[in-house]
Design a protein around this ligand. Sequence first.
Ligand code: ACO
Length: 331
Amino acid sequence: MYASFKSIGSYTPPKSLTNKDLEKMVDTTDEWITQRTGIKNRYIAETEQSTSDLAFEAAKLAIKRANIDKSEVDAIILATITPDFFCMPSTACVVADKLGIKNIMAFDISAACSGFIYALNIAKSFVESGMKKNVLIIGAEKLSSIVDYTDRTTCILFGDGAGAAIIGATEDKSKAIIDVKTSADGQFQDFLVTPGGGSKNPCSQNVLNEKLQYLQMKGNETFKLAVNTLTNDVKEILEENNITSEDLDYFIPHQANFRIIDAVGRKLKIPKEKIAITVDKYGNTSAASIPMAINEWYEEGKLKSGNLMLLDTFGGGLTWGSALVRFALEE
Ligand code: ACO
């Protein structure tokens, strides 16, 4: 049995936050943000919308497009760093309830921006082992809930959204996910961190006073590591599978910064028209970024069934991962 990438869906909250809006909130300019990051806009969830609401909308679309009934979903894996609840229940359980799916395995994973690729890796293993037949994987984030909108070094980068896919079983090798690689190096854990609120530094008045519940990032250090790690990761997965960058239909990298994507694309000699760019529109949506980009390419009519996608990501932890995936949505 092979695992196949059967569908895609995404959801973006309606309220946009432009660079011009941010100019009124912090000491920044549209020009600075555009030049340094490529970001022009991002979408922000309503106060009453939580991560599970965004995930639910993306999941409904992914289930519909996979042409299966929700009763055929036999596991839900949700990747997020902004769960509905701090400890429990998991956001995957909340989404299962919203979808009306009972008595199946449902759990969250935390791998920051690499979460969707980690979920894909787990789902692939579940399906290939025969343990599950239709795994719903979701990357969903309400990053606006952990962003300090007085900190110009981070608040310009992030947005909210969700993306989802069904990873299903197939006997047809031509539709199989070719390979997924995931990795981590905890020595760089302080590059991206929310210092307060966890068991190391539980929620207290001091945490709130010091704004330790918000995301902090060593942007420059992260940038340099991201370019090298992403490039090496892609080289490895291509070599191990005897695939060249010319064989790829699309390179769909994590959307953190246009300059990172551009540098990796140049190093790997991937033509610009094969590289998905959505960071200008959505900003960095962490675990949702890759499925949102796949969905965008699909809805724009660029991505077709049978196309070979290379996915690549990098995020807090530090974590990273890549995947060679044949898009297998049946129209
Ligand atoms: N507007 C204007 N000026 C700013 C802003 C802003 N929004 N933010 C910072 N600056 C200033 C800084 O204060 C600094 O000023 P100084 O020289 O007087 O000290 C100057 O601009 C340069 O700052 P740098 O941090 O060196 O800017 P850089 O070019 O590195 O860009 C950025 C910063 C965009 C954050 C970049 O480093 C980056 O994209 N890093 C990687 C992010 C990433 O990939 N994260 C991983 C995934 S995220 C996840 O896992 C959740």
